[in-house]
Design a protein around this ligand. Structure first.
Ligand code: NDP
Length: 278
C-alpha cells in the first residue's frame, strides 16, 4: 500500500511556519483580492483566501464589484493597488464575468505583486528559470513532493493536462527540479503507455477516475490535481482504491493537492512583502 500524501497536514504545517515568520516581520504583508460579480464558487474561494490571511496574520483587502462595473473601473482599482504600499500581493478571482478582457487586466498587475503567478512576466520568469512568483497549484504539488522527501531529480515525470494554470507551469517547475518531463493532452497517442513509464505521474485533467491501475508503474508517485463531482461525491482523476495498491505515494481527493493552493498563495504574499515591502 502506498503512503498517503496528506495535503491538509502539510498545509497546516506551512501555515504555522508562515504565522511565525509574519509575527517577526516589521512590514505586515498585505493581499488584495479583486472579485467581480457574484459567482458562488468564486465567493467561497475568496472567503477561504481571506480566512487564510487571518490565520497567517496577513492584512487582506477585499475589492468587490458588481458584474455591471466597467472595465475602466477594474483597471483603476488594479493601478491603485499597484501603488498602495500596504498591498504586496494582488489577485483577481477568475473567471471574470463575460465582457471583461481578463488577459489584459491580469497584465496590469505589477509583476512584483503577481502572487498568483499568472502574468506573462511571471510565467516567462519560470520558463527562463529566473526568480519570480510560481503559480499556486503547481507550486503546491512541488511543496508536497519536497515535504515527503520524494526525489525529483533524474526521475521521469509525466503530467496529464497542459493548461496554463496547472499542467504547463508544473512541467517547468519539475524541469527546474531536474526531472525529465513529458506533458500529455487529449491528442497524446498511447496515453496509457506514457503514463505507465512515469516515476512521478501527475493528473490534471478533471476527467473523473480516468487514471486506472494499468496506467501506473509499480512504485510510482501519483499526484491527483483533478477535482470532479461524481454522484454528489468529490473525486479526483485517479481511481484511488486500485492505484493506491500500486503506487509508493499518492494524494487523495479531497485532502491532497487542494488544500495546498491557498497556502502557497500565502507563501507568495509573504515572500512579496519580504522582498519588495518597505
Ligand atoms: P483545463 O480544462 O483547463 O485543462 C485540462 C487539460 O487536461 C487539458 O490540457 C486537456 O487537454 C487535458 N485533458 C482532458 N481530458 C483528457 C484526456 N482524456 N486525456 C488526456 N488529457 C486530457 O483544466 P485545469 O488545468 O484548469 O484543471 C484540471 C483539473 O484540476 C480540474 O479538475 C480542476 O478542477 C482541478 N484544479 C484543482 C486545483 C486545486 O486543487 N486547487 C486548482 C486548479 C485546478 P487538451 O489541452 O488537449 O484539451
Amino acid at each position: 500500500m502506498s503512503v498517503i500524501i496528506d495535503g491538509k497536514l502539510t498545509s497546516a504545517k506551512v501555515r504555522a511556519q508562515l504565522r511565525e515568520q509574519v509575527a517577526n516581520m516589521q512590514t505586515k504583508p498585505g493581499l488584495a483580492v479583486i472579485m467581480v460579480g457574484d459567482n458562488p464558487a468564486s465567493e467561497i474561494y475568496v472567503r477561504n483566501k481571506i480566512k487564510a490571511c487571518e490565520e497567517v496574520g496577513i492584512y487582506s483587502l477585499s475589492c468587490k464589484f458588481d458584474a455591471t462595473v466597467s472595465q475602466d473601473e477594474i483597471e483603476k482599482c488594479i493601478l491603485d493597488l499597484n501603488a498602495n504600499p500596504s498591498i504586496h500581493g494582488i489577485l483577481m478571482q477568475l473567471p471574470l464575468p463575460k465582457g471583461f478582457d481578463e488577459a489584459y487586466l491580469l497584465e496590469l498587475i505589477d509583476p512584483k505583486k503577481d502572487v498568483d503567478g499568472f502574468s506573462a512576466e511571471s510565467v516567462g520568469r519560470l520558463v527562463l528559470g529566473k526568480y519570480g512568483f510560481r503559480s499556486c497549484t503547481p507550486f503546491g504539488v512541488i511543496k508536497l513532493l519536497e515535504e515527503y522527501d520524494i526525489d525529483i531529480a533524474g526521475k521521469s515525470a509525466v503530467i496529464v493536462g497542459r493548461s496554463n494554470i496547472v499542467g504547463k507551469p508544473l512541467a517547468f517547475m519539475l524541469l527546474e527540479k531536474n526531472a525529465t518531463v513529458t506533458i500529455c493532452h487529449t491528442k497524446t497517442a498511447n496515453l496509457k503507455e506514457v503514463c505507465a513509464s512515469a516515476d512521478i505521474l501527475v493528473s490534471a485533467t478533471g476527467k473523473a477516475l480516468s487514471i486506472t491501475a494499468d496506467m501506473v508503474k509499480e512504485g510510482a508517485v501519483v499526484i491527483d490535481v483533478g477535482i470532479s463531482k461524481l454522484d454528489g461525491k468529490t473525486v479526483g482523476d485517479v481511481c484511488f482504491d486500485e492505484v493506491s495498491k500500486k503506487a509508493s505515494y499518492i494524494t487523495p481527493v479531497p485532502g491532497g493537492v487542494g488544500p495546498m493552493t491557498i497556502t502557497m498563495l500565502m507563501v507568495n504574499t509573504v515572500k512579496a512583502a519580504q522582498i519588495y515591502g518597505n
